[in-house]
Ligand binder design. Structure first.
Ligand code: CO
Length: 134
């Protein structure tokens, strides 16, 4: 059901410092920041030949990333994103298999303008999994 690894997301306490590190120290192609108020994050994409790294900074009150940074003050891996062809079919299969979808269970629009869902980390070896329809 899942396809390519779309991105690995890393929560960062200082977005400018993280951008400078990926762009200048590692020599990667880095996007401009994108604010996603629905998700409570500002994101920057680091474009690698085979996948992307998504740098996440909290945006606004009640950002889920702020809680993560409170526990991981230097930042850390926040989620992995796998591609699926049909997000509703994927959701229905996961729910039928006893997995939990975070939030309302309805897809939201993600950073690439495509529908995304997040799966409960306790159902996936302690890893927050994002599914993105491509
Ligand atoms: Co993501």
């Amino acid at each position: 059901m899942i396809g390519r690894l779309n991105h690995v997301a890393i929560a960062v306490p200082d977005l400018e410092a993280a951008v400078a590190q990926y762009r200048d120290t590692l020599g990667a192609d880095v996007s401009d920041p994108i604010d996603l108020p629905d998700h409570g994050v500002t994101t920057v994409f680091v474009n690698l030949p085979n996948t992307k790294i998504e740098l996440l900074l909290p945006l606004g009150e009640n950002s889920p990333i702020q809680g993560f940074l409170n526990k991981n003050s230097s930042g850390g891996i926040h989620h992995v994103c796998y591609e699926v062809d049909d997000i509703l079919a994927a959701r229905d299969k996961l729910v039928a298999d006893g997995m939990r979808i975070l939030g309302s269970g309805e897809p939201k629009t993600g950073a690439h303008g495509k529908p995304v869902l997040f799966l409960h980390p306790k159902d996936f070896s302690g890893t927050l999994v994002e599914l993105e329809e491509v």
